[in-house]
Every structure is written in structure tokens, then in C-alpha cells.
Design a protein around this ligand. Sequence first.
Ligand code: HEM
Length: 372
Amino acid sequence: PGLVPFHGARQAGIITDAQDRLAFAAFDVSPGVDRAALRDLLVGWTAAAARMAAGQAVADDEAAPQSPPRDTGEAIGLTAGNLTITFGVGPSLFDDRFGLAARRPAALTEIPAMPRDNLDPQRSHGDLCIQACADDPQVAFHAVRNLRRLAQGTAVLRWFQLGFGRTSTTSDSQDTPRNLMGFKDGTNNIKREDTASLDRFVWVGEGGDQSWMRGGTYAVTRRIRMLLEAWDRDYLLDQENVFGRTKVSGAPLGAAEEFDTVPLTARGKDGELVIGEDAHIRLAAPATNNGVTLLRRGYSYTDGVSQETGQLDAGLFFIAFQRDPRTGFIPVQRRLALSDALNEYIQHTSSAVFAIPPGVRDGRDFWASGLF
Ligand code: HEM
């Protein structure tokens, strides 16, 4: 119980039932590291990740009492808590350092600047990423900490984000959680049972320009700060109009139950749209985005008090998986950034995009082996 298989055609942590906790890290490969050393890092990381996902320590240290322990130890005695460790590579890995330029998929393009962005470059981008999710925060933290330790001399942490509560569902069997604005989040997400939508919107198929990405996907991460003090002063009806859903039940405005079809064309007595022109679920809906949608798998975060404003630094660490960000996140976000009613209460403070290669087949395979 509590173990998610590490090996398989796809990486775990994408359509795996969203766990409660997140530890997400981006790394930069250190200057002077060559392609062979990068490959060695990925071989070592994969072996360590497979052990941790199986609920084991990175190494059995008792045999070497005179050496620094190879596992940092804080997960000893804890169960794996459905730990998944998902690996990705950023566009910057395909510059001239490793001779990989010709292997960069066209879909792995930097997310263009969006209206209202307020991005911190030190919390954005990265050569490599690790997404660790588990139902126990210490298990997720332990996974990233030990991979960082193995990267000593080869890669450095660029940024690190903890998430304390899932804000999405990725399966029909999960309850819909609430985000920090108090609304149910993930109702209309793609669910793992819906394999047709996954093939259409999430997994890279046969057609892609880079064969090493077949069976993989692309992750976009955005650290979206919520201006909670302003939100908490807004009246209930306006909060509901911002999303186009009822706060307590999660039902679309003009409908009765959470999972009812969103009545995008319904009009009230005066002829006005029940779900407003600028409501989040209208602007994000596939129906108004050429049929496109994303697999959302974000987490609530807090990093304490903002030094600039003295207010809570908290919000949504948005993670979305899609087969091509150029048709997925980028056009959807461009629309949201221009007209979403939610914009008054949020600010995007970091951005990153990563190619998520297919799964590690077995004990001899390793992350992104198709690149080497
Ligand atoms: C739906 C919250 C940012 C894409 C929703 C829903 C909520 C929500 C409460 C309705 C429930 C559901 O169907 O999941 C938020 C918050 C955000 C945020 C609080 C920022 C802090 C984004 C961003 C994107 C996005 C950046 C993509 C670029 C979607 C999509 C839906 C959705 C595709 C489903 C719409 C539908 O088909 O009905 N969001 N969201 N959201 N959101 Fe967001």
C-alpha cells in the first residue's frame, strides 16, 4: 500500500491520483559539466528515485559507518506515501553545452511574456526539474533533498517550491479539493480514466518531431500569488462571478450540481449571460479555446510573509501537463491574462516549461535515456 510503480511506459506523477503534498525543484547543470557527466547524473538519479519510490533509502548505509550516510535519513520509518518522482528537462539544456541542440523538440519553447506577468527570473526556468509528490511532506522533501545531494558538483538548485495541498483531481475516484480562494478546483480537469482526452491533449504521440519524447508530455509551472487580503474583502456573489461557479457546492452558476455541464450560453431574465464574459471558467473552457484543454495538477503554497507588502505570500503553484504548450498553456493563458476576472486577485510570479520524457522502462533504463 502507498507504493506507486516507478517503472513503466509513462512517468508516474502525471495521471497518478494527485497526492496531497508537493516538493518541486529546478536545477541548473554546473559550468564545465559535459554530456557524459550529465548522463551519469541521470543514471544515478534514476536509480535513487526508483529506490525511494519503492519506500527504500537511497543506499543501505549501515555497512559503512566511517562514511557520511548516503541517505539523509529523515524518511527512515516513514511509508512511501504514494511518492512519485517525475523528471523533466528545460529548453536551456539544448543550448550548445551538451551538443543536444538538434534534439530540442519544437514544442519545448520558452513561454512568451504574458500581459500582467511579474516574474522573478531566479524562481523561473531551469535546465532540469524534479517534481516529487507524496501524501507525506517529509517524504516529498526527502526525495528532492537526496537528489540534490547526488547532484553535488554536477548541478545546483535553481529554485525550490513546496506545496501543502493539492488543488486538482486527476481521477474520478478523488474528491475535488479546494484552492486557497475557497473554491473547488479540478472539477473539469482531465481524469486518468478519460484515456481518449489524455491521448489527445496530454501524451506526445507518434507524430512529434523528436522520437525520444514519444509517450512523454510537457509541463508548464507558474507560481501564481493570490492577493488574499483583497480577495477576502470581496463579497460572495462577486467571488462566484469571478469563477462562474458557486462557492460551497462548486456547481456552475445556473446549474445545480458540481459536475453539471457548464451552461455557457444561458442567459438571465435581463438577457445577460449567467456565466459572465470574463468568468474564469468561460475563458478557460475548451469550448472557447478551440477545443483545447490541459491536465492541471497544481498545489497550494505559502512562503510566509511577503517582504515587499507585509502580506501573506501564498497562492497556487500551477502545474499543467500537455502534449504541446504552443497549443495548450500558451494560448489559454494569453486569453486569461487579457480578460480573466480573476486577474484582479492574482499575480504570476514565476514561470517554467519542461519536456517530461516517457517512463523509465526497467532497472537498466534511465530518465531521458533517449537523448544519449
Ligand atoms: C477551472 C481556479 C489559474 C485553466 C478552474 C476552476 C477554478 C479554478 C476554481 C473551476 C473548477 C474546475 O473545473 O477545476 C484557478 C485559480 C487560478 C487558476 C485560483 C490561479 C490562481 C489557471 C490557469 C489556467 C487555468 C493559469 C491555464 C492557463 C483552467 C481550466 C479550467 C479551470 C482549463 C477548466 C475550465 C472548464 O473546462 O470548465 N480554475 N485557476 N486556470 N482553470 Fe483555473
